[in-house]
Write a protein that binds this ligand. Structure first.
Ligand code: HEM
Length: 397
């Protein structure tokens, strides 16, 4: 470590910092372009410019050694490595297969079925009036429409997919008691998830079976097809649940901003991007250097882990201006890093965006207002930032 790198003693993974990371993020950004996290023995990047530089240089800052703190070149992976933990040339065919299946045309075709379910969901939530935004809205929508889009059985989705995703994303952070807890809850879901990656269990025509068709066409192997369906199931659900919960939380906290969306439902897309920037569902993950490299005035040897806080980069004043901490649906927030950047940028984002767009456009169209009826409960997770409970009253205008 170079002597000039500021040292941070604080623990970004403490309960308090996970619930409200922004004061620590600000101190880390102010301390310099890179800081040394004493407790974890790792260099951390919290500003937009360096996070972008690292994510854009996949050949130097690689993913095949894992996107968590474990170096998979030297330690066994907890499961066979998939698209996220791959570099070119392995990554290319996997990525191509995913983008063929999650194509603009394919995603457009999903809109009608998402709209039918959202109309029913909004109606039932309005009838009830008092709901929990997380378990009654944010979880319900992806469990139903994303599960149907992939083509997996309806039974068992909630019990298996949510703990499975939470376990999967735990591996992007330190191996502490919280990690162990998410693993304990997630481990029993493994069999259900892997069974539903098998071609014979997937509904014909769904995204999962379309991936298997690419194996039939010789574009990918059967093992790769199973891993790609696994990627859909482990990366596609929790992420969107958290993101929807975060938008609802912003609506509760900033009613005047939601009122702008109700006035102009076409602003729903902007509210979604601004939420992804302001409260990023993924806060952090790692890369590993493939060679000696200079960055931010520092020389890092090959095989060094670096930690990127994209949740902090998305609040960087250098990038977003002095009001970066404010939630403003008028902001052009589309350039955020919440979906990552470069060759691994989220391949599923059109589906998440569609789910959220259909939901929040319908809520705005029905002129729904939200009122907090109890204390929101933060969801504490080493990688994801969201809410476990959002008690609220919903009323149509
Ligand atoms: C709002 C919801 C979502 C967020 C915030 C999100 C975020 C991310 C981020 C930050 C990455 C890059 C990680 C890295 O560079 O190491 C990523 C990659 C990925 N995401 Fe998402 N994601 C979301 C929804 C989804 C959905 C719905 C799916 C599946 C349909 C999905 C599948 C994937 C896959 C397969 C990758 C790996 C892509 C690659 O390595 O080429 N994600 N996501």
């Amino acid at each position: 470590m170079a002597a000039s790198v500021p040292v941070i003693d604080d623990d970004p993974y403490s309960d308090a910092n996970l619930a409200d990371p922004y004061p620590l993020f600000e101190r880390m950004r102010d301390a310099g372009p890179v800081v040394w996290l004493e407790r974890y023995g790792v260099h951390a990047f919290t500003r937009d410019a360096e996070c972008r530089e690292i994510l854009g240089d996949w050949a130097t800052f690689i993913s095949s050694a894992g996107v968590g703190p474990s170096n998979l070149h030297h330690e066994p992976s907890w499961r066979p490595r998939g698209i996220l933990e791959s570099d070119p040339p392995v990554h290319g065919p996997l990525r191509k297969a995913m983008t063929e299946v999650i194509s603009p045309r394919g995603v457009r075709a999903l809109r009608a079925q998402f709209e039918v379910f959202v109309a029913e969901l909004v109606e039932s939530v309005l009838e009830r009036g008092s709901v929990d935004g997380v378990c009654d809205i944010a979880e319900v929508l992806p469990i139903r429409v994303f599960g149907d889009a992939v083509g997996i059985p309806r039974e068992g989705r909630a019990e298996n997919l949510l703990p499975h995703g939470a376990m999967n994303f735990s591996t992007f952070g330190p191996r502490d008691a919280r990690y162990e807890e998410y693993f304990r809850k997630g481990e029993k879901t493994h069999e259900w998830v892997m069974n539903n990656c098998a071609r014979e269990n997937l509904v014909p025509g769904g995204l999962g079976s379309q991936i298997w068709e690419l194996a039939d066409a010789g574009e990918i192997t059967a093992d790769q097809a199973a891993l790609l369906v696994r990627a859909l199931l482990s990366a596609g659900l929790d992420s969107t649940v958290i993101a929807i919960g975060n938008v609802l939380r912003e609506c509760l906290r900033y009613p005047e901003e939601w009122a702008r969306v109700v006035e102009r439902p076409d602003l729903a897309k902007f509210a979604i991007d601004e939420t992804l920037r302001h409260e990023s569902p993924f806060q952090s993950f790692f890369r590993t250097t493939s060679r000696e490299v200079g960055i931010a005035g520092l020389t890092l040897p090959a095989e060094t882990k670096v930690l990127l806080f994209i949740g902090s980069a998305n609040r960087d004043r250098e990038r977003w201006g002095d009001d970066a901490d404010l939630f403003d649906v008028g902001r052009q927030a589309g350039g955020h890093l919440a979906f990552g950047m470069g060759i691994h940028q989220c391949v599923g984002q059109p589906i998440s965006r569609l789910e959220m767009d259909v939901l929040f456009t319908e809520l705005a169209r029905r002129k729904v207002t939200f009122e907090q009826t109890g204390d929101p409960v933060p969801y504490l997770h080493n990688t994801l930032k969201g809410w476990s409970s959002l008690p609220m009253r919903v009323t149509a205008g």
